[in-house]
Design a protein around this ligand. Structure first.
Ligand SMILES: [Zn+2]
Length: 387
Protein backbone atom coordinates (compact mmCIF):
# COMPACT_ATOMS: atom_id res chain seq x y z
CA UNK A 1 0.00 0.00 0.00
CA UNK A 2 1.21 3.48 -0.85
CA UNK A 3 -0.37 6.61 0.63
CA UNK A 4 0.50 9.91 -1.02
CA UNK A 5 0.05 13.66 -0.53
CA UNK A 6 0.11 13.34 3.25
CA UNK A 7 1.33 15.62 5.96
CA UNK A 8 3.46 13.28 8.11
CA UNK A 9 4.31 13.75 11.78
CA UNK A 10 6.51 10.83 12.77
CA UNK A 11 6.12 10.97 16.54
CA UNK A 12 8.56 13.80 17.11
CA UNK A 13 9.00 15.80 13.91
CA UNK A 14 6.97 17.08 10.99
CA UNK A 15 8.63 15.44 7.97
CA UNK A 16 9.41 16.91 4.58
CA UNK A 17 8.32 13.59 3.04
CA UNK A 18 4.67 13.10 2.10
CA UNK A 19 4.38 9.46 1.13
CA UNK A 20 4.12 6.25 3.18
CA UNK A 21 4.80 2.76 1.86
CA UNK A 22 3.46 -0.25 3.74
CA UNK A 23 4.40 -3.83 2.94
CA UNK A 24 2.73 -6.56 4.96
CA UNK A 25 2.59 -5.29 8.52
CA UNK A 26 5.52 -2.88 8.29
CA UNK A 27 6.31 0.63 7.16
CA UNK A 28 8.82 -0.04 4.40
CA UNK A 29 9.53 3.46 3.16
CA UNK A 30 8.77 7.11 3.82
CA UNK A 31 9.41 9.19 0.75
CA UNK A 32 8.16 11.79 -1.69
CA UNK A 33 5.07 11.45 -3.85
CA UNK A 34 6.99 13.16 -6.67
CA UNK A 35 9.52 10.30 -6.72
CA UNK A 36 7.03 7.49 -7.30
CA UNK A 37 7.25 5.43 -10.46
CA UNK A 38 4.28 5.47 -12.84
CA UNK A 39 3.25 1.99 -11.69
CA UNK A 40 3.42 2.98 -8.02
CA UNK A 41 1.46 6.12 -8.70
CA UNK A 42 -1.37 4.11 -10.27
CA UNK A 43 -1.95 1.98 -7.20
CA UNK A 44 -1.29 4.75 -4.65
CA UNK A 45 -4.06 6.19 -2.48
CA UNK A 46 -4.12 9.99 -2.43
CA UNK A 47 -4.60 11.44 1.07
CA UNK A 48 -4.68 15.13 0.38
CA UNK A 49 -5.76 17.13 3.46
CA UNK A 50 -4.87 14.32 5.85
CA UNK A 51 -2.11 14.12 8.43
CA UNK A 52 -0.55 10.76 9.26
CA UNK A 53 0.61 10.29 12.83
CA UNK A 54 1.60 7.17 14.74
CA UNK A 55 -1.46 5.26 15.96
CA UNK A 56 -2.48 6.31 19.46
CA UNK A 57 -1.54 4.38 22.60
CA UNK A 58 -3.78 4.18 25.66
CA UNK A 59 -1.55 3.16 28.56
CA UNK A 60 -4.39 2.15 30.87
CA UNK A 61 -7.60 0.36 29.92
CA UNK A 62 -9.75 -2.51 31.18
CA UNK A 63 -11.27 -4.38 28.27
CA UNK A 64 -13.52 -6.48 30.50
CA UNK A 65 -15.16 -3.59 32.35
CA UNK A 66 -18.42 -2.15 31.06
CA UNK A 67 -18.44 1.67 31.35
CA UNK A 68 -22.24 1.54 31.69
CA UNK A 69 -21.99 -0.46 34.94
CA UNK A 70 -21.82 1.59 38.12
CA UNK A 71 -20.23 -1.32 39.95
CA UNK A 72 -17.96 -3.99 38.53
CA UNK A 73 -19.41 -7.53 38.51
CA UNK A 74 -18.36 -9.76 41.39
CA UNK A 75 -16.78 -12.22 39.02
CA UNK A 76 -15.70 -12.33 35.40
CA UNK A 77 -18.09 -14.39 33.28
CA UNK A 78 -17.42 -15.67 29.73
CA UNK A 79 -20.46 -13.69 28.52
CA UNK A 80 -18.15 -10.66 28.51
CA UNK A 81 -15.85 -12.08 25.80
CA UNK A 82 -17.81 -10.87 22.73
CA UNK A 83 -18.26 -7.46 24.38
CA UNK A 84 -14.51 -7.21 24.88
CA UNK A 85 -13.96 -7.96 21.21
CA UNK A 86 -16.46 -5.22 20.28
CA UNK A 87 -14.65 -2.73 22.52
CA UNK A 88 -11.30 -3.61 20.98
CA UNK A 89 -12.69 -3.15 17.47
CA UNK A 90 -14.06 0.28 18.39
CA UNK A 91 -10.72 1.33 19.84
CA UNK A 92 -8.92 0.48 16.63
CA UNK A 93 -11.57 2.33 14.61
CA UNK A 94 -10.97 5.42 16.72
CA UNK A 95 -7.23 5.36 16.03
CA UNK A 96 -6.00 3.52 19.12
CA UNK A 97 -3.49 1.03 17.78
CA UNK A 98 -1.91 -0.06 21.07
CA UNK A 99 -3.55 -0.47 24.46
CA UNK A 100 -2.28 -1.68 27.78
CA UNK A 101 -4.88 -3.62 29.74
CA UNK A 102 -4.24 -3.19 33.44
CA UNK A 103 -6.51 -5.71 34.98
CA UNK A 104 -9.13 -8.35 34.56
CA UNK A 105 -10.24 -11.42 36.42
CA UNK A 106 -10.02 -14.31 33.98
CA UNK A 107 -7.26 -13.54 31.42
CA UNK A 108 -9.89 -13.20 28.66
CA UNK A 109 -8.07 -10.08 27.46
CA UNK A 110 -4.95 -12.18 26.88
CA UNK A 111 -6.89 -14.49 24.57
CA UNK A 112 -8.23 -11.44 22.76
CA UNK A 113 -4.67 -10.03 22.53
CA UNK A 114 -3.57 -13.22 20.81
CA UNK A 115 -6.56 -13.35 18.46
CA UNK A 116 -5.91 -9.73 17.44
CA UNK A 117 -2.21 -10.46 16.91
CA UNK A 118 -3.11 -13.47 14.76
CA UNK A 119 -5.32 -11.24 12.60
CA UNK A 120 -8.49 -13.15 13.51
CA UNK A 121 -10.31 -10.12 14.93
CA UNK A 122 -9.74 -6.36 14.67
CA UNK A 123 -8.29 -4.42 17.57
CA UNK A 124 -5.23 -2.66 18.90
CA UNK A 125 -1.94 -4.34 19.77
CA UNK A 126 -2.41 -5.24 23.43
CA UNK A 127 -0.21 -5.56 26.46
CA UNK A 128 -1.94 -7.25 29.38
CA UNK A 129 -1.30 -7.57 33.10
CA UNK A 130 -3.94 -10.16 34.00
CA UNK A 131 -4.98 -10.12 37.66
CA UNK A 132 -3.60 -7.19 39.65
CA UNK A 133 -1.87 -8.07 42.91
CA UNK A 134 -3.88 -6.53 45.74
CA UNK A 135 -4.29 -6.84 49.50
CA UNK A 136 -7.05 -8.98 51.09
CA UNK A 137 -10.38 -7.23 50.33
CA UNK A 138 -8.21 -4.49 48.76
CA UNK A 139 -8.76 -2.52 45.56
CA UNK A 140 -10.25 -4.79 42.83
CA UNK A 141 -9.90 -7.92 45.00
CA UNK A 142 -12.83 -9.38 43.01
CA UNK A 143 -10.38 -10.07 40.19
CA UNK A 144 -8.74 -12.76 42.29
CA UNK A 145 -5.29 -11.30 42.99
CA UNK A 146 -5.49 -11.00 46.78
CA UNK A 147 -2.26 -11.49 48.72
CA UNK A 148 -1.77 -11.10 52.47
CA UNK A 149 2.05 -11.36 52.47
CA UNK A 150 5.09 -11.54 50.19
CA UNK A 151 4.74 -15.28 49.51
CA UNK A 152 1.11 -14.91 48.54
CA UNK A 153 2.00 -11.93 46.32
CA UNK A 154 4.60 -14.05 44.52
CA UNK A 155 2.01 -16.79 44.04
CA UNK A 156 -0.33 -14.33 42.37
CA UNK A 157 2.59 -13.05 40.30
CA UNK A 158 3.67 -16.49 39.10
CA UNK A 159 0.05 -17.31 38.18
CA UNK A 160 0.12 -14.27 35.86
CA UNK A 161 3.46 -15.36 34.40
CA UNK A 162 1.99 -18.81 33.70
CA UNK A 163 -0.85 -17.18 31.78
CA UNK A 164 1.61 -15.25 29.61
CA UNK A 165 1.12 -11.66 30.78
CA UNK A 166 3.17 -8.78 29.36
CA UNK A 167 3.55 -6.96 32.65
CA UNK A 168 2.56 -7.08 36.31
CA UNK A 169 0.03 -4.74 37.91
CA UNK A 170 0.07 -4.04 41.61
CA UNK A 171 -2.41 -2.02 43.64
CA UNK A 172 -0.09 0.08 45.80
CA UNK A 173 -3.03 2.01 47.30
CA UNK A 174 -6.74 1.62 47.71
CA UNK A 175 -9.15 2.86 45.09
CA UNK A 176 -12.60 4.22 44.60
CA UNK A 177 -14.06 1.27 42.74
CA UNK A 178 -13.91 -1.05 45.77
CA UNK A 179 -16.01 -0.49 48.88
CA UNK A 180 -13.90 -0.47 52.04
CA UNK A 181 -10.71 0.43 50.19
CA UNK A 182 -9.35 3.95 50.72
CA UNK A 183 -7.49 5.76 47.91
CA UNK A 184 -5.28 7.54 50.45
CA UNK A 185 -4.01 4.32 52.06
CA UNK A 186 -0.97 2.32 51.01
CA UNK A 187 -1.90 -1.36 50.60
CA UNK A 188 1.52 -2.98 50.77
CA UNK A 189 4.68 -2.57 52.84
CA UNK A 190 7.89 -1.44 51.18
CA UNK A 191 9.29 -4.97 51.54
CA UNK A 192 6.39 -6.61 49.71
CA UNK A 193 6.48 -4.03 46.90
CA UNK A 194 10.25 -4.47 46.58
CA UNK A 195 9.79 -8.26 46.29
CA UNK A 196 7.04 -7.92 43.68
CA UNK A 197 9.03 -5.52 41.51
CA UNK A 198 12.34 -7.39 41.67
CA UNK A 199 10.62 -10.69 40.89
CA UNK A 200 8.66 -9.22 37.99
CA UNK A 201 11.83 -7.66 36.61
CA UNK A 202 13.65 -10.99 36.91
CA UNK A 203 10.96 -12.32 34.53
CA UNK A 204 11.66 -9.28 32.31
CA UNK A 205 8.16 -8.00 33.02
CA UNK A 206 7.61 -4.31 33.77
CA UNK A 207 5.42 -3.28 36.69
CA UNK A 208 2.53 -0.81 36.68
CA UNK A 209 1.44 0.40 40.11
CA UNK A 210 -1.98 1.80 40.90
CA UNK A 211 -1.26 4.79 43.20
CA UNK A 212 -3.66 7.41 44.50
CA UNK A 213 -2.24 8.36 47.88
CA UNK A 214 1.21 9.88 48.35
CA UNK A 215 2.62 7.14 50.60
CA UNK A 216 1.74 4.55 47.95
CA UNK A 217 3.39 6.68 45.26
CA UNK A 218 6.52 6.93 47.43
CA UNK A 219 6.74 3.19 48.10
CA UNK A 220 6.02 2.23 44.50
CA UNK A 221 8.68 4.61 43.21
CA UNK A 222 11.23 3.37 45.75
CA UNK A 223 10.45 -0.21 44.74
CA UNK A 224 11.31 0.70 41.14
CA UNK A 225 7.97 0.30 39.37
CA UNK A 226 8.00 1.29 35.70
CA UNK A 227 4.77 3.28 35.56
CA UNK A 228 2.78 5.01 38.27
CA UNK A 229 -0.91 4.87 37.40
CA UNK A 230 -3.16 7.77 38.41
CA UNK A 231 -0.52 9.43 40.62
CA UNK A 232 -3.34 11.38 42.23
CA UNK A 233 -1.49 12.80 45.25
CA UNK A 234 -4.78 12.37 47.06
CA UNK A 235 -4.85 13.62 50.64
CA UNK A 236 -7.39 14.58 53.27
CA UNK A 237 -8.46 17.60 51.23
CA UNK A 238 -9.07 15.51 48.11
CA UNK A 239 -7.37 14.98 44.75
CA UNK A 240 -3.93 16.49 44.33
CA UNK A 241 -4.04 17.99 47.82
CA UNK A 242 -0.96 16.11 49.04
CA UNK A 243 1.74 16.76 46.42
CA UNK A 244 5.12 16.24 48.07
CA UNK A 245 8.19 17.53 46.26
CA UNK A 246 10.52 14.99 47.91
CA UNK A 247 8.32 12.12 46.70
CA UNK A 248 8.26 13.59 43.19
CA UNK A 249 12.08 13.66 43.36
CA UNK A 250 12.07 9.92 44.08
CA UNK A 251 9.76 9.29 41.11
CA UNK A 252 12.17 11.26 38.91
CA UNK A 253 15.33 9.60 40.21
CA UNK A 254 13.83 6.12 39.86
CA UNK A 255 12.87 6.80 36.26
CA UNK A 256 9.19 5.94 36.64
CA UNK A 257 6.66 7.25 34.12
CA UNK A 258 3.40 8.76 35.30
CA UNK A 259 0.19 7.61 33.63
CA UNK A 260 -2.45 10.03 34.98
CA UNK A 261 -5.62 8.38 33.56
CA UNK A 262 -7.26 11.61 32.45
CA UNK A 263 -10.56 10.78 30.75
CA UNK A 264 -12.73 13.10 28.68
CA UNK A 265 -15.11 13.54 31.63
CA UNK A 266 -12.38 15.62 33.29
CA UNK A 267 -13.66 18.41 31.08
CA UNK A 268 -15.93 19.02 34.14
CA UNK A 269 -12.83 20.17 35.97
CA UNK A 270 -12.13 22.72 33.24
CA UNK A 271 -15.78 23.87 33.28
CA UNK A 272 -16.07 24.09 37.07
CA UNK A 273 -16.85 27.55 38.38
CA UNK A 274 -14.63 27.29 41.45
CA UNK A 275 -11.73 25.66 39.64
CA UNK A 276 -10.20 24.47 42.93
CA UNK A 277 -9.53 20.91 41.87
CA UNK A 278 -8.33 22.02 38.45
CA UNK A 279 -5.85 24.36 40.06
CA UNK A 280 -4.45 21.65 42.32
CA UNK A 281 -4.30 18.96 39.64
CA UNK A 282 -2.77 21.34 37.12
CA UNK A 283 -0.17 22.44 39.61
CA UNK A 284 0.74 18.84 40.45
CA UNK A 285 1.10 17.98 36.75
CA UNK A 286 3.12 21.12 36.02
CA UNK A 287 5.44 20.48 38.96
CA UNK A 288 6.05 16.90 37.84
CA UNK A 289 6.61 17.90 34.21
CA UNK A 290 8.88 20.82 35.12
CA UNK A 291 10.91 18.48 37.29
CA UNK A 292 11.36 16.21 34.26
CA UNK A 293 9.00 13.36 35.16
CA UNK A 294 7.63 12.02 31.88
CA UNK A 295 3.86 11.55 31.56
CA UNK A 296 1.88 9.40 29.15
CA UNK A 297 -1.72 9.58 28.03
CA UNK A 298 -4.10 7.06 29.57
CA UNK A 299 -7.81 6.91 30.35
CA UNK A 300 -8.65 3.94 32.63
CA UNK A 301 -11.29 3.05 30.02
CA UNK A 302 -13.88 0.64 31.34
CA UNK A 303 -14.51 2.40 34.65
CA UNK A 304 -17.98 3.99 34.95
CA UNK A 305 -18.61 6.48 32.15
CA UNK A 306 -15.20 6.06 30.51
CA UNK A 307 -15.63 4.43 27.10
CA UNK A 308 -12.92 2.41 25.45
CA UNK A 309 -12.58 4.43 22.26
CA UNK A 310 -12.44 7.85 23.94
CA UNK A 311 -8.68 8.39 24.17
CA UNK A 312 -8.61 10.97 21.32
CA UNK A 313 -11.14 13.15 23.18
CA UNK A 314 -9.37 12.52 26.50
CA UNK A 315 -6.08 13.63 24.98
CA UNK A 316 -7.55 17.03 24.17
CA UNK A 317 -8.72 17.38 27.80
CA UNK A 318 -5.37 16.14 29.16
CA UNK A 319 -3.53 18.75 27.07
CA UNK A 320 -5.72 21.53 28.48
CA UNK A 321 -5.41 20.40 32.09
CA UNK A 322 -1.64 19.83 31.96
CA UNK A 323 -1.11 22.84 29.64
CA UNK A 324 0.73 20.74 27.07
CA UNK A 325 1.55 21.97 23.58
CA UNK A 326 -0.20 20.01 20.83
CA UNK A 327 3.08 18.27 20.03
CA UNK A 328 3.70 17.33 23.67
CA UNK A 329 0.19 15.92 23.91
CA UNK A 330 0.65 13.90 20.72
CA UNK A 331 3.97 12.52 21.96
CA UNK A 332 2.35 11.48 25.24
CA UNK A 333 0.04 9.19 23.27
CA UNK A 334 2.55 7.98 20.66
CA UNK A 335 6.37 8.00 20.83
CA UNK A 336 6.65 8.73 24.58
CA UNK A 337 3.94 6.19 25.42
CA UNK A 338 5.75 3.53 23.39
CA UNK A 339 8.94 4.17 25.38
CA UNK A 340 7.04 4.05 28.68
CA UNK A 341 5.48 0.72 27.72
CA UNK A 342 8.72 -0.74 26.39
CA UNK A 343 7.50 -1.11 22.81
CA UNK A 344 9.38 1.74 21.10
CA UNK A 345 11.29 -0.76 18.97
CA UNK A 346 7.98 -1.88 17.50
CA UNK A 347 5.54 1.01 17.39
CA UNK A 348 4.88 4.61 18.49
CA UNK A 349 6.66 6.29 15.58
CA UNK A 350 6.34 6.37 11.83
CA UNK A 351 9.67 5.01 10.66
CA UNK A 352 10.94 2.48 8.20
CA UNK A 353 10.98 -0.98 9.79
CA UNK A 354 8.41 -0.24 12.49
CA UNK A 355 4.95 -1.75 12.60
CA UNK A 356 2.47 0.02 10.32
CA UNK A 357 0.35 1.42 13.17
CA UNK A 358 -0.95 4.61 11.63
CA UNK A 359 -3.70 7.13 12.25
CA UNK A 360 -4.65 9.51 9.45
CA UNK A 361 -6.79 12.40 10.55
CA UNK A 362 -8.67 15.19 8.85
CA UNK A 363 -6.58 18.34 9.35
CA UNK A 364 -3.33 18.87 11.21
CA UNK A 365 -3.32 17.98 14.93
CA UNK A 366 -0.16 20.04 15.49
CA UNK A 367 -2.25 23.11 14.68
CA UNK A 368 -5.56 21.88 16.09
CA UNK A 369 -5.34 18.94 18.48
CA UNK A 370 -9.03 18.09 18.02
CA UNK A 371 -8.05 16.72 14.60
CA UNK A 372 -7.20 13.46 16.45
CA UNK A 373 -10.93 13.07 17.10
CA UNK A 374 -11.53 12.98 13.33
CA UNK A 375 -9.97 9.71 12.17
CA UNK A 376 -10.21 9.01 8.44
CA UNK A 377 -7.96 5.96 8.14
CA UNK A 378 -6.58 3.69 10.83
CA UNK A 379 -4.03 1.00 10.09
CA UNK A 380 -2.96 -1.54 12.71
CA UNK A 381 -0.06 -3.86 11.88
CA UNK A 382 -0.55 -3.03 8.21
CA UNK A 383 -4.27 -3.85 8.25
CA UNK A 384 -6.93 -1.26 7.58
CA UNK A 385 -9.28 -0.88 10.53
CA UNK A 386 -10.94 2.20 9.07
CA UNK A 387 -11.00 3.95 5.69
ZN1 LIG B 1 -7.55 0.96 36.15
Amino acid sequence: MIFTDLTIWDGSTLLAEDCLHITGSYITNIGHTAELTDIERKEAISCSGLTAIPGLIDAHVHLELNPDDRNPPERTEPAVIPLMAERAAKMAQAGITTARDLGGGAWFELDLRDRIAAGEVPGPRMLCSGQPITSPRGHCHFWGGEAENADAALNVLSRQVDHGVDLIKVMATGGRMTAGSEPTDAQFSQEILDTIVSTAHSHELPVAAHCHGTEGIRRAALAGVDTIEHCSWVGKEGWASDYQADVAEIVLEQGAWVSPTVNKGWQRMLDSKTGNVLQRVRQAYRQMLDLGIPMVASTDAGIPGVFHADLPHALVVFAKIAELSNEEALKSATSDAARALGVSGVTGRLAQGLSADILMVDGNPLEDLTAVTRPVRVIVRGKKNRG
